[in-house]
Design a protein around this ligand. Structure first.
Ligand code: GCO
Ligand code: MN
Ligand code: MN
Length: 389
């Protein structure tokens, strides 16, 4: 039984170097944990059963490293990956830490900053591909404003589109096998970030030159910060064929970006998310973009990372129980039962069908009076999650 909760590479659990490497700095306080090298982080992730590790360019190679330093750092890192059986499925660019990006990167008002952002991203794409990444994430951390006096929002979208079109063309030109995944966030660190939700990203993608190579990377915390239902965002992305990658963590609604351990705040929402991912057959990485509490030392970071994966696997087992639970399944069958009386109206439009539907007499009062049993059903799910069924 307990072996069910033991993470294995085939579960495709990944962590960013910046997640397990987070030193516990926040806007009010200094780091509470020491810096751990990427090589040591890879070792730790291998020990706890992760599949892969993701990175921003500068998580691995300092922004001012010389080419010779970069060569040595990358060689050491590749050796650590091999020694510990880890892969790099996703890479991304840090376009937010350096003061040059204080007004954004691809949407900055200064054309030199926009060009520098493109240069930095092309170099970072090269690095990601060298490490074997097949997904490249774009999180527009500073692509936004504090005051709309400063930037025209349509112009900002045009600049962002220009950058993505340029970078898609670069990837094609290089012959790289790389897909882009856009990650929305409503705010933080900017007051407002452009394209604030996964839904907004999905609409924007269709305006790109190479929309077929661009999907989304939805994050639990980001949709929750916007007060939205994460599962619904993920379902829409899946429906559009655009769920390329996913950032798993947890978050109390209407708070600052908390990056909590997966499933630790809203286990019921996490359950329905795991159920969805497992049942639709999402086969991309399950990436935990979360941080250990600032109270933790390095042993606590390990507990945090192991906890993310363990909770996922526990919820996966709960999904099996849900599917095998006779009472839950009987209620679902009852809820979805169809008496066949509407069969003449299914199967798409014909003018004759429309005319007969317009004439049909519904017993509206009976439709409204019927109890749906959702309270019983939901209570059964709660009891299942609380471990009494
Ligand atoms: C955040 C974001 C980031 C991105 C990362 C990869 O809120 O800080 O979630 O962690 O996911 O930069 O693009
Ligand atoms: Mn985040
Ligand atoms: Mn993220």
């Amino acid at each position: 039984m307990t072996d069910l909760y033991q993470p294995k590479p085939e579960h495709k659990f990944t962590f960013g170097l910046w997640t397990v490497g987070n030193v516990g700095r926040d806007p009010f306080g200094e780091p509470t944990r020491p810096f751990v090298s990427p090589v040591d982080l890879v070792k730790m992730l291998g020990e706890i059963g992760a599949y892969g590790v993701n990175l921003h360019d500068n998580d691995l190679v300092p922004i001012d490293a010389t080419p010779a330093q970069q060569t040595r750092i990358v060689a050491d890192f590749k050796r650590a990956l091999d020694d510990n059986g880890l892969v790099v499925p996703m890479a991304t660019t840090n376009l937010f830490s350096d003061p040059a990006f204080k007004d954004g990167a691809f949407t900055a008002n200064d054309s030199r900053v926009r060009a520098y952002a493109l240069q930095k991203t092309m170099r970072s794409i090269d690095l990601g591909v060298e490490l074997g990444a097949s997904y490249y994430v774009f999180w527009g951390g500073r692509e936004g404003t504090e005051s709309d006096t400063t930037k025209d929002p349509v112009e900002a979208l045009e600049r962002f589109r220009y950058a993505l079109n340029f970078l898609c063309a670069y990837v094609i030109d290089q012959g790289y096998e790389l897909k882009f995944a856009l990650e929305a966030k409503p705010n933080e660190p900017r007051s407002d970030i452009y394209l604030p939700t996964t839904g907004a990203m999905l609409g924007f993608i269709e305006t790109l030159d190479h929309s077929e190579m661009v999907g989304v990377n939805p994050e639990v915390a980001h949709e929750h910060m916007a007060g939205l239902n994460f599962l619904h965002a993920v379902a829409q992305a899946w429906d559009a064929g655009k769920l390329f990658h996913i950032d798993l963590n947890d978050q109390n609604y209407a708070r600052y970006d908390q990056d909590l351990r997966f499933g630790s705040q809203n286990p019921k929402a996490a359950f329905f998310l795991v159920k969805f991912l497992e049942q639709v057959g999402y086969d991309g990485p399950r990436h935990f973009d979360a941080h250990a509490y600032r109270t933790e030392d390095l042993a606590g970071v390990r507990d945090f990372a192991a906890g993310c994966m363990r909770t996922y696997l526990i919820l996966k087992e709960k999904v099996q129980r849900f599917n095998a639970d006779p009472e839950i399944q009987a209620l679902l069958a009852e809820i979805n039962a169809d008496d066949g009386s509407m069969t003449p109206f299914v199967g798409g439009y014909t003018s004759q069908k429309a005319a007969s539907l317009k004439d049909y007499r519904f017993d509206r009062a009976a439709l409204g009076a019927r109890g749906l049993n959702y309270e019983r059903l939901d209570q059964l799910v709660i009891e299942l999650l609380l471990g009494v069924r």
